[in-house]
Write a protein that binds this ligand. Structure first.
Ligand code: DGJ
Length: 709
């Protein structure tokens, strides 16, 4: 619902309210964003004393409330007395004033080729101007969340250089803690919390992708907020390139947050009449704790971001060749995987890296997307026919944004990799990044992919991206456009993904970036699942999955059972089940005992698919709170069943283990499957069960399935 009363917009629903006041001096104030309030409450927010005294600059010298530096704002300029961080830099002072607004039903589509949440209920468009510039801010309301973005137009008669334009800025009364998710290859999404005090906290990516170093999803919360309690703001940027998130708390205890494309490595040239659209940011608020914030994100992404056939259709259970064979495979070996996989109930074979050019290691052939007939005699048709004849579907690997120096494509077009003239090109994993900002390059890669994907029956594509960007430049971009490269690269990638998903709507696309190096909402717009990490050790995966689950639902989180060390097969299965689930191993090397376990896991996968993919996640014991064990639950939306999983990370002699379950219906009676024990939901949640007798050696795990009667 969006209402305007007495110059105050009230945006909100049962979960949150946002009050935006049109200040008579021009700026748009954000009186409130948080718990639901009424439009009439706006006047109460204004009882706050004006804080502009001493050296403060006032918009109206008679009114100490007219100080930009102390006002809670929805947007600010620069050079007008607000000395906090500005969301915009154009090389001159800016002082935007409200001029008009529109209320649109639904979402206002973006025209810049950026991904965007679909199916919003209503959108408020606020138009602000200052000489030479028009700013449009969009606030789109969803059932339990909101999105924001900005568009800046050059209305003057001279070109301007945009150095920074954030998707949104917000001022929140009070001081908070910030929780971010950071890491590196094989160690993604480690949770870190620190107080936001007077100095600016920065969470950013500069690698060219959203990166495994920091994730664009983060939280601001009151100190002490936990899974089940506390006021929490969740933010995320629908963008797969360099991002920047900053937060700081001023002397008057207002916390300012800015989110958008990283200004480090960004400029955009705007000729008169041109505009720049920022990516969209997602905002979530709840006073019910971090767990509820995650469930709001999950529902939004499942309902409004993930698209295509596999948004709702059951995805085939796959086995991937990477950890089973790396580059060392041929048709017969892959068929032997498929034969064994078929016996245990797996539904699709994915041929990972190594099928094209002359690629037998990672030192060549990226860009030569035609089959290596030495490995696959007779070509893909022969292989796929044999796989399909077994009743399995077939998937294939690509890394479309890369080029090997040792490739036919590079030899023909050495200027197609990104580079800066007269500078050495840095190599990583023996490859360069291809120039996705170029239409001709994208056409070539799309053409090569189209030839393969249209000719053969291919049900799945894994789209990988294995290195960071260096020497960010294009042979076709010269001043003043040269510094636009990073964003143009991202737009190019989105364009190619768009073409691919439109041409092949039935293909299941899984994104990947050396594991979870590009796990962000922008990618989820194109692919319903993303490989979460190259770390397939079940115990190490737990922290990665807990971190990933903060914003991203289980159905988006690529997770496989592999041959990695330490844990038994049952635990590997229990951990991978919290995700898309699949296998990444040589099935012919499984012991008979493990083969039987795989068969059971496959049955369990089918039985719990809906519960895990569409159910509500409750993090019961988090690795950042307890170093001995981790536990989580999936609860059906109608609370008719619940699956509890517990994994012991470290054995502790005689450790008592009482669990109070979460998210059940207190009125319902639940049967613990495999027993004749029945409990009320109220008992399970309030008294809990003593689980001390369940397996609890290091690496052991168990599940409990409760079904309502
Ligand atoms: C990195 C991915 O994360 C792996 O799963 C695998 O596809 C390799 N790349 C292949 O090179």
């Amino acid at each position: 619902m969006i209402q305007l009363e007495n110059n105050v917009f009230h945006l909100g629903n049962e979960c949150y309210s946002c009050l935006l006041r049109l200040d008579p001096n021009g700026p748009v104030q954000q009186l409130h964003f948080g718990e639901p309030v009424c439009a009439e409450d706006a006047s109460a927010f204004l009882y706050n004393p004006g804080l502009g005294w001493g050296s403060s600059v006032l918009l109206n010298s008679d009114d100490t409330g007219s100080c930009m530096d102390t006002m809670p704002l929805a947007w600010s300029g620069s050079g007008r007395g607000d000395y906090r961080e500005s969301p915009l830099e154009v090389g001159f002072a800016t002082d935007f004033k409200y001029v008009s607004h529109r209320i649109h039903s639904g979402t206002v589509p973006m025209t810049s080729g950026l991904p965007q949440a679909q199916g919003g209920e209503e959108t408020l468009e606020l138009v602000l101007e200052q000489p030479g510039l028009r700013l449009r801010m969009y606030f789109t309301l969803f059932e339990t969340a909101m999105t924001r973005r900005a568009v800046l137009e050059n209305t003057g008669d001279a070109p301007i250089t945009l150095r920074k334009l954030m998707s949104f800025m917000t001022d929140l009364p009070g001081s908070y803690e910030i929780t971010t998710f950071d890491g590196g290859w094989c160690a993604e999404m480690r949770r870190h919390t620190l107080p936001v005090l007077d100095s600016r906290v920065v969470n950013e990516s500069t690698t060219g992708a959203s990166s495994n170093r920091h994730n664009p999803g983060f939280l601001l919360h009151e100190p002490g907020a936990g899974e089940t309690h506390g006021r929490v703001y969740g933010f995320n940027l629908v963008y797969s390139g360099n991002f920047d998130i900053t937060a700081d708390c001023d002397y008057y205890e207002t916390t300012r947050v800015n989110i958008g494309i990283n200004p480090d490595g960004f400029t955009w040239h705007l000729d008169p009449g041109e505009e720049f659209q920022t990516p969209e940011a997602v905002l979530v608020y709840t006073d019910k704790g971090i767990g509820e914030m995650s469930r709001i994100f999950h529902r939004l992404y499942l309902n409004n971001l993930v698209r295509g056939r596999y948004k709702t259709e059951k995805r085939p259970l796959l086995i991937n060749s990477w950890e089973a064979a790396y580059f060392d495979f041929d048709t017969d070996k892959l068929v032997s995987f498929a034969e064994r996989a078929k016996e245990v109930g797996i539904e699709m074979l994915v041929m990972d890296d190594g099928w094209f050019g002359v690629r037998n290691s990672d030192n060549c052939s990226l860009g030569d997307w035609y089959v290596n007939e030495d490995k696959l005699p007779g070509g893909l048709g022969v292989l796929i026919d044999r796989i399909n004849a077994l009743g399995l579907k077939f998937g294939i690997w690509y890394e479309p944004e890369m080029i090997s120096p040792d490739s036919d494509l590079y030899r023909a077009h050495p200027d197609w990799c990104i580079h800066v003239p007269n500078r050495d090109k840095s190599i990583a994993r023996q490859q360069y990044v291809i120039d996705m900002s170029r239409q001709d390059v994208r056409d070539n890669i799309f053409g090569q992919m189209y030839d393969v994907l249209s000719k053969y029956k291919i049900d799945y594509v894994k789209w990988d991206f294995n290195r960071n960007i260096t020497e960010a430049g294009s042979a076709l971009l010269s001043a003043p456009r040269g510094e636009e490269f990073f964003h143009r690269f991202v737009l190019g990638t989105y364009d190619l993904m768009n073409r691919l998903t439109e041409a092949f709507p039935d293909i299941l696309l899984e994104n990947c970036s050396g594991g979870g190096g590009r796990f962000d909402p922008g990618m989820l717009y194109y692919s319903p699942q993303i490989w979460a990490s190259d770390n397939t050790d079940a115990l190490e995966r737990i922290a990665i999955q807990f971190g990933t689950s903060m914003c991203y639902p289980a159905s988006t989180m690529g997770a496989h059972v592999s041959m990695s060390r330490r844990t038994g097969f049952a635990t590997k299965g229990n951990v991978a089940m919290w995700g898309t689930f699949g296998y990444e191993l040589d099935p012919n090397r499984l012991s008979e005992k493990d083969v039987e376990l795989v068969k059971e896991q496959v049955k369990e996968y089918h039985r719990t698919y809906d519960l895990i993919h569409y159910g509500d996640l409750y993090r019961v014991t988090c690795p950042w709170e307890n170093s001995y064990r981790s536990a989580w639950e999936f609860v059906a939306p109608d609370k008719s069943e619940m699956l509890f999983t517990s994994v012991t990370l470290r054995y502790y002699h005689c450790m008592k283990y009482i669990v109070r379950f979460k998210g059940l219906d207190p009125e319902k009676t639940y049967l613990l499957e495999g027993t004749d024990k029945r409990y009320s939901g109220a008992f399970l949640m309030n008294a809990g069960l003593n689980l001390s007798k369940y397996p609890h050696s290091t690496g052991e795990s168990f599940t409990l399935h409760f079904i309502a009667e």
